[in-house]
Design a protein around this ligand. Structure first.
Ligand code: COA
Length: 438
């Protein structure tokens, strides 16, 4: 029974994320090393689960070890430019094409698994690959011709979206095609960032070979703004492979991708833990701060309703129809964390009486007890001061002591503005509290 209890609690706690991710577009990138890992089928199962939860997915895979193995088998010496790019001559390009073909077939085979007792039982998943990435040659750099090594010239985003609309998972290899009909070897990360940017993806998830940590430390960085990431890059804080990923993340945010996650793929279920748990296991890099208090927008209404409905059912908050919320959205502030509304409050001003009502203060249960309630209250108080209000009042049934501790005093209904008294529900027997703003 205890296990059932834990299971139900866990499932419920992931529900806000399930709702938040449905219909969103994620680009997932992993290196060729992941493909060689015996645990790779588990990653595919997790990706299939994301697809089942309504997430639109583009996968971009690398091929570095596969290409190197092929070059070695053929006795071809692998040559790199001092800037780290592979010099892809004609024979190397053959190896790239072969490796890409094999990798795609293997990925397609894994997505086709649907036998009973397997995690993908009954699924009939389709994957699509194609000439979605346009490339041009890098050319001659410092006197060295990189030959068939290319860079992204464009992305056929509409064609990719059309495939996603049909329910396919789009799989992209590190190849690009030029209008002259040539094939180029590209860096998987460059494709992933360009595709995420072109699709206006909601997230880019980069599965890494090691956690995103500052060198000589053992703590995975939970989140960074792109400015913080750029600063750490300038300080040389990261190991070279992580620095490459962080650079890609910063480039993606610059191309309009809101959130880039660097996730150590060696953690079992890393993708699921990152996407469906409160703290996640990876590093989020975003242009906006990870958590921010800001004015509410119409798009926040669903999130606000999800937050307040359970409290309305318990009688802690007054029932507020959606239409009323839409009309009053300008009075609301929210705390947004990784795209989820986790807290809200409203200030309804009564300017003629120089007072305002604090309403609808609520935090998601998992985020209480860390002074976010106080942050919302302080913000509303400051807003009220800026509007020249002299006092803030509120009605509450169960939270009186919290407000008393924050400097509110009990008062009576008579001290409320007449307009407010006219629409009071006296049956709630609420307490009235007031705070004089100094
Ligand atoms: C009230 C609420 C906004 C506080 O948010 P929060 O971020 O947890 O608040 P803080 O971290 O600043 O304060 C937490 C403290 O308040 C206490 N507290 C929480 N709810 C309380 C209540 N109803 N009465 C008295 N104290 C309360 C906690 O026990 C904690 O005390 P501690 O620090 O001594 O352990 C939040 O608990 C909530 O959303 N409650 C449900 C909705 C609600 O009651 N809203 C007010 C409607 S008028």
């Amino acid at each position: 029974m205890t296990d059932f209890g834990n299971y139900v609690r866990w499932f419920r706690s992931s529900s806000p994320y399930i709702h938040a991710h449905r219909g969103k577009t994620f680009v997932v990138m992993f290196g060729g090393e992941a493909l060689l890992d015996p645990a790779f089928p588990h990653l595919i199962h997790d990706i299939a689960l994301l697809h089942g939860l309504g997430i639109r997915l583009v996968l971009v895979h690398g091929l570095r070890p596969q290409i190197e193995m092929r070059l070695n088998d053929k006795g071809i010496v692998c040559r790199y430019h001092p800037n780290g790019l592979r010099i892809t001559d004609a024979r190397a390009l053959e190896c790239v094409k072969e490796a890409a073909g094999v990798a795609r077939v293997e990925i397609e085979a894994l997505f086709s698994l649907g036998v009973a007792e397997s995690p993908m039982a009954g699924l009939r998943l389709s994957t699509t690959s194609g000439n979605f990435v346009l490339a041009k040659p890098v050319g001659v750099v410092d006197g060295i011709d990189l030959q068939h090594t290319g860079e992204v010239r464009g992305v056929k985003s509409e064609a990719i979206h059309a495939q996603l609309d049909t329910g396919s998972i789009v799989v992209l290899s590190p190849l690009g095609y030029s209008p002259t009909g040539e094939v180029f070897n590209l860096r998987a990360e460059e494709i992933a960032t360009a595709v995420a940017g072109a699709l206006k993806a909601d997230k880019l998830l980069i599965l890494t070979e090691s956690p995103c940590q500052v060198q000589n430390t053992s703590k995975t960085l939970p989140h960074l703004t792109d400015n913080e990431a750029t600063e750490l890059l300038a300080q040389g804080a990261f190991a070279p492979d992580i620095a490459d990923h962080v650079r890609a993340a910063v480039s993606a945010t610059g191309q309009g991708v809101d959130r880039v996650h660097l996730i150590d793929r060696h953690i079992d279920g890393a993708l699921l833990l990152e996407l469906f748990t409160r703290e996640g296991v990876g590093t989020l890099i975003s242009a906006a701060p990870f958590e921010q208090l800001r004015p509410a927008r119409l798009e926040d209404i669903a999130g606000i309703l999800e937050l307040i409905e359970p409290l309305e059912q318990e009688g802690i908050l007054v029932k507020r129809p959606r239409e009323k919320l839409e009309m009053e959205i300008g009075d609301f502030i929210v705390i947004e964390r990784d795209g989820l509304v986790i807290g809200c409050a409203a200030l309804h001003p009564f300017p003629q009486q120089h007072t305002g009502e604090l309403a609808c203060l609520a935090l998601h249960p998992e985020y209480r007890g860390q002074q976010r309630g106080l942050r919302l209250l302080n913000h509303i108080e400051n807003q009220a001061r800026q509007l020249g209000l002299k006092s803030l009042f509120l009605l509450t049934t169960r939270t009186t002591h919290w407000f008393l501790e924050k400097g509110f005093q009990l008062t009576d209904f008579a001290s409320l503005p007449l307009q407010r008294r006219q629409c009071l529900n006296y049956k709630r027997n609420s307490k009235v509290l007031i705070k004089w703003l100094t």
